[in-house]
Ligand binder design. Structure first.
Ligand SMILES: [Zn+2]
Length: 597
């Protein structure tokens, strides 16, 4: 792995010139800003701890403690912010989402809440006037289950949107979609095309003729050929995506799957070069695009880092804060693998309790990749700084991951790698113990799982549903875990609804799903702050309000620890602050910003 080694060498050089985390307290009369008169919750430690005042200077927290001591740090130039009883927390950290992908969707037709197929077709026709004449007509976010017809639109129906321009729709899970005739022509898919491993194209009964719908890897085969977002469109993807994340209190976003689109790397590079991002973004390379992404990261590092013996000015200008792994707010953190599907395609060791529609016989879901592929990835990356992130919902997928980790440990020994089990929806008790031994961290898809809780109970059965997203088991075991929205799988990159879901676990029909796995609001907040920082190896600079860390902050209108749990979802993000600078503020005229509120 020449490139990985090179990146690590460059980053090591960067660390040498960069300086470390300062813990020296601010001296008298020089701080830029002080926050007072609110609930300032530090998130340090397993129990809630408050301070009276927080002082910020140079993008860092320089004091967290009593108000009298804080006031001694002020001068006439210091801005003293009266929180007026609001709650100040560390900025939220996204532990699994797709910011650039979401940014692209902001360009596409919004199909969320489509009532029926006519509604989808109408929205897709309206999209034509919003986009350049040579681009694909793409829509995102419908749910076949939620529409009157309970099915995905067909090729013939999508041909009514356009006969000659490619039309593609993708459902809210991102795993299913459909295309028109022009889309299949443009991407070289025909009746003669075999289904790829791990996916399928729907066919006319009794023939191979394409019906239009496509699942999993078949959808990826088509979607990956979408023409590039370039120029102003590429800028918009980054700017609008980051703005959306910041509006929900996040100061660190994630795009775990860069490479889903062939233009992703260019979009990220464009954001780096034009300094478009107001918040940090941790990116993972999609498995099949890893080499390209690593090569691109190497090129960025080479451009932004000093040659041996040269002046470090360009690097330091690129990253003014404490963590030199970031360049203009982007850090290549890891690689993403998909091991199975979602609610009706999760890969289990035991059969589904009720087969999902269209599945017959003894059905245990789908595996997405071979053991050899995953084992090879761990063999290659276990000892590097490239963190392995694995999408999994069923326990057979978790077994596959644990086996690959065991092989790497037996060969290279234990490392502080922190492999991420994305979603980890159903884990057996023996697997949780195994995760503790190997240091794996789950990032539960809390909001979507509980809102889909009725389908989860039906397909997986009551027992697996009750133990799904087993957050409280992790609390009891003293193990780190996080919660994530996976936007655009959740329609919005909102954090407060995740805490609501983890605390209340109420399904769409109003049932409490697995009451024993409900957690306290404080543990819910830890899962998006301190434990989230731990998951991404950034606990040295983020996740708590402590002297020396980055001044990444969020202000909420109410304290989640002091409201009735069922009202947590109505709490609003008032302001988001990245390294001391406001990157989002709720406008005085806005009545509601959070989805869920
Ligand atoms: Zn995802």
């Amino acid at each position: 792995m020449r490139h990985t080694a090179s990146i690590r060498l460059v980053l090591a050089t960067a660390l040498l010139v960069g300086g470390g985390c300062s813990t020296a307290p601010a001296t008298r009369g020089n701080v830029e800003r002080i926050y007072l008169n609110g609930d300032i919750l530090t998130m340090a430690g397993p129990q809630p701890a408050y301070v009276e005042a927080l002082a910020v200077d140079g993008g860092k927290i320089v004091f967290a403690g009593d108000a009298d001591s804080a006031m001694k740090l002020t001068s006439s130039a210091t801005e003293v912010i009266d929180l007026e009883g609001k709650t100040l927390l560390p900025g939220f950290i996204d532990t699994h989402g797709h910011m650039f992908y979401f940014g692209k969707n902001l360009v596409d037709a919004d199909l969320f809440g489509s009532k029926d197929i006519a509604d989808v077709i109408g929205r897709m026709k309206a999209q034509i006037s919003r986009i350049p004449a040579d681009s694909w007509i793409v829509g995102f976010g419908y749910s076949a289950k939620a529409m009157t017809e309970k099915r995905t639109p067909t090729r013939a129906e999508l041909d009514t949107v356009s006969a000659d321009r490619p039309v593609m729709i993708v459902d809210s899970s991102g795993h299913l979609g459909a295309g028109n005739s022009a889309l299949f022509r443009a991407t070289g898919v025909s009746a003669a095309t075999p289904d790829p491993q791990g996916g399928n194209f729907s066919r006319q009964p009794g023939s191979t003729e394409l019906l239009g719908p496509m699942e999993e890897t078949a959808l990826n085969m088509v979607r990956s050929q979408r023409p590039a977002f370039t120029g102003e469109l590429a800028d918009k993807v980054a700017i609008n995506g980051a703005a959306a994340w910041a509006s929900y209190g996040q100061t660190t976003a994630q795009d775990c799957g860069v490479g889903l689109g062939t233009d992703d790397i260019d979009i990220v590079r464009n954001a780096i070069d034009k300094k478009l991002l107001p918040i940090d973004v941790y990116i993972c390379a999609k498995d099949s695009a890893t080499d390209n992404t690593v090569n691109a990261a190497y090129a960025v590092s080479a451009d932004y880092n000093p040659k041996p013996g040269a002046v470090a000015a360009k690097l330091l200008a690129a990253r003014p804060d404490l963590d030199k792994r970031y360049i203009n707010r982007v850090r290549l953190g890891g690689i993403k693998f998909w091991l199975d599907g979602s609610v009706d395609t999760a890969w289990f060791t035991q059969p589904y309790a009720t087969n999902p529609p269209g599945k017959s016989g003894v059905y245990t879901g789908f595996r997405q990749i071979s053991d050899e592929t995953l084992n090879a990835a761990f063999d290659k990356y276990w000892t590097t700084d490239m963190q392995l992130n694995m999408h999994m919902n069923g326990d057979a997928a978790a077994d596959q991951a644990l086996h690959a980790i065991d092989l790497a440990i037996s060969k290279y020994g234990m490392r502080d790698h922190r492999p991420v089990f994305i979603h980890a929806s159903y884990l057996r008790p023996d697997q949780i113990a195994h995760m503790k031994a190997v240091g794996a961290v789950p990032s539960f898809l809390m909001g979507s799982l509980t809102s889909a809780g009725d389908a989860v109970s039906l397909f997986w059965g009551a027992d697996r549903a009750a133990h799904a997203a087993a957050a409280n088991t992790f609390v009891r075991e003293g193990m780190p875990f996080t919660i994530s929205h996976d936007a655009p799988v959740s329609p919005l990159p909102a954090v407060i609804p995740l805490i609501d879901a983890a605390v209340n676990r109420v399904s769409a029909s109003g049932k409490v799903m697995g009451p024993d796995e409900r957690i306290s609001p404080y543990d819910g907040l830890r899962a998006v702050t301190s434990m989230a920082a731990y998951q991404i190896h950034e606990e040295g600079t983020k996740g708590t309000l402590e002297t020396g860390k980055l001044a990444d902050l969020v202000i909420l209108d109410k304290n989640p620890l002091k409201v009735p749990p069922l009202t947590i979802r109505t709490i609003r993000v008032m302001e988001t602050i990245k390294e001391g600078k406001t990157v989002y503020k709720l406008s005085a005229t806005a009545t509601s910003t959070t989805p869920g509120a």
